[in-house]
Design a protein around this ligand. Structure first.
Ligand code: ARG
Length: 232
């Protein structure tokens, strides 16, 4: 849908990849997309008088879908990276994240950090910063899955020695679905920041989203949503 200017509400077409709890995932009961990101973009749009329409797709399809205009913005726990900044424009950061290495508990003494992963089989979600980091491990065999859930299952099934993925997503999984057989190594790679991405040059939309983000920070809505999904 085209952006409507003037007093009428516009529909913002949002792209996401919804296997990434607690940021974007399907609520088993309602069968609706939910999560931190979903509530943030809803709040931002509401603040700016717009509607949102969410489309779920592969993570690696998000940036191409911006380029072709299928979506206006990605809200997908997407890390702002220099590589991506060459292809899209990001809003201001709205969440500070990081990567962790997830292993089977029995292997905790073998794999402690990034360097100890040399020559192992690694799993990650396709197109993510976790996959990019996995590819930097010396002599590692990297398998990229469409959803992070599949990577978690492959680790449990001993199809790989480690998964590299965003820390809040791994923590959320371990707290709810962890059966005690998998865990994270102590080393954490922080300093990743999530941003919403728009087609390069779409200044009007970036400015609108930044203004909306600022307003929900100022009026306490951001903090409420944060507390709901991450506690205090
Ligand atoms: N933060 C990581 C990245 O930007 C992973 C994001 C994956 N997001 C998702 N909705 N599956 O690459």
């Amino acid at each position: 849908a085209a952006m409507v200017t003037g007093a009428h509400a516009a529909t913002i077409n949002v792209g996401t990849e919804a296997t990434f709890a607690p940021f974007e995932f399907m609520d088993e009961q309602t069968k609706e997309l939910t999560g931190f990101d979903m509530e943030i973009i809803e709040a931002v749009a509401k603040e700016m008088g717009d509607d949102v329409r969410i489309q779920n797709m592969g993570f690696d399809a998000l940036i191409p879908s911006l380029q072709t205009g299928i979506i206006d913005v990605t809200v997908a726990a997407m890390t702002i990276t220099p590589e991506r900044q060459k292809r899209v424009d990001f809003t201001n950061p709205y969440y500070q994240s990081g990567l962790v290495i997830m292993v089977r508990k029995d292997d905790l003494r073998k794999y402690k950090d990034f360097n100890s992963l040399e020559g192992t089989r690694l799993c990650a979600q396709i197109g993510t910063t976790g996959a990019m980091m996995a590819k930097r491990v010396k002599n590692a065999k990297v398998t990229e899955f469409n959803s992070i859930t599949e990577a978690f299952m492959e680790l449990k099934a001993k199809g790989c020695e480690a998964v590299i993925n965003d820390k809040p997503v791994v923590d959320y999984y371990l707290a709810r679905r962890g059966d005690g057989t998998v865990t994270t190594v102590p080393q954490v790679f922080d300093a990743e920041h999530y941003g919403m991405a728009v087609k390069q040059g779409n200044k009007a939309l970036v400015e609108k989203l930044n203004e909306g983000l600022k307003r929900i920070r100022d009026n306490g809505v951001y903090d409420k949503i944060y507390a709901k999904w991450f506690g205090a």
